[in-house]
Ligand binder design. Structure first.
Ligand code: ATR
Length: 279
């Protein structure tokens, strides 16, 4: 495989990542030849492994999105608003950074699941890199209010301040949850459920008109989505759709072609065969 065709995803842990399968499926669909691999890296060795990879482009996941932001020579406006980069594009001997997570989430919610986000009251649980990645796009989609609730209230304050919209974005600590009333959309952007431990959430946060989405997928999303269904949410979705959509946006940035996401999503979700088709 020529060096010019190499792409990679960096993070820890990375062995469970679906990104290589997704990009391989996009490549087959569009007839673009590429090699996309996953590379385990942490804060200490990310820059060195990225340089050694020979990649033309890279995705970056936990816990490296801020590290990726810091090493870019140039960043997009949406990456700057998020303070995090999930897509690196080679630029000579340096990198340009973008963030497709927020657009990926909004596309999944509005186009795949048919939700209208305009004038919606939204609860964002968590204020780390994942939350920062999606908050700007939710605001751009026209929601009426964003409540950022975090175990460490100072991080919620920092995220709300960074959005620069004090009338629409409100920061709270976890103990404020019982007083917040019902939300139209609840987004779990904490890493709590990856360890299986979901902090207690009042049932009154959700109702029959509510939708819930966990930015994690698979096993890590089970606890929050079980709570959401028990609380009455009509829609309860994991982050698989967002993952496929953000990947398609990265693919577009690298290759200039936007692949079809539905067959790839269906295959990952066990409803299709697009990913098992041999090359
Ligand atoms: P990520 O990139 O996934 O957002 P992160 O930046 O480490 O990772 O942020 C993890 C988020 O999950 C934070 O909002 C964190 O809350 P704190 O800022 O208070 O640490 C949240 N989180 C992790 N474990 C949690 C738990 N057991 N209960 C509540 N929130 C938790």
């Amino acid at each position: 495989m020529p060096m010019g065709k190499r792409y990679a995803v960096f993070g820890t842990p990375i062995s469970h990542s679906q990104s290589p399968r997704i990009h391989a499926a996009f490549a087959r669909q569009t007839g673009i030849e590429l090699d996309y691999v996953s590379i385990e890296a942490g804060h200490d060795d990310f820059a060195a492994k990225l340089a050694a990879s020979g990649a033309q482009g890279a995705n970056v996941t936990l816990p490296l999105k801020e590290d990726a932001f810091a090493l870019c020579r140039e960043t997009s406006e949406r990456a700057r608003r998020a303070g995090a980069v999930n897509t690196l594009i080679r630029d000579g001997d340096g990198w340009r950074g973008d963030n497709t997570d927020g657009l990926g989430l909004v596309r999944d919610l509005t186009e795949r699941h048919g939700l209208d986000l305009r004038e919606r009251r939204v609860l964002l649980l968590g204020a780390g890199g994942a939350a920062r990645g999606v908050a700007p796009a939710l605001l751009d989609a026209g929601i009426s209010a964003l409540f950022v609730v975090n175990r460490t209230p100072e991080r919620a304050d920092a995220l709300a301040d960074a959005m620069g919209e004090p009338g629409r974005v409100h920061a709270r600590g976890w103990d404020a949850l019982p007083a917040l009333g019902e939300f139209d959309l609840l987004v779990n952007a904490t890493s709590a459920t990856r360890g299986g431990a979901l902090p207690p959430l009042p049932m009154a946060l959700a109702g029959l008109r509510s939708a819930a989405v966990d930015l994690s997928y698979g096993e890590a999303a089970v606890a929050f989505l079980a709570w959401a269904r028990a609380a009455g949410c009509t829609h309860a979705m994991d982050g698989l759709g967002m993952l496929v959509e953000q990947a398609a946006e990265s693919f577009l940035l690298w290759h200039g072609v936007r692949p079809e996401t539905d067959p790839v999503y269906a295959a990952l979700n066990g409803q299709g065969d697009a990913l098992v088709t041999a090359d």
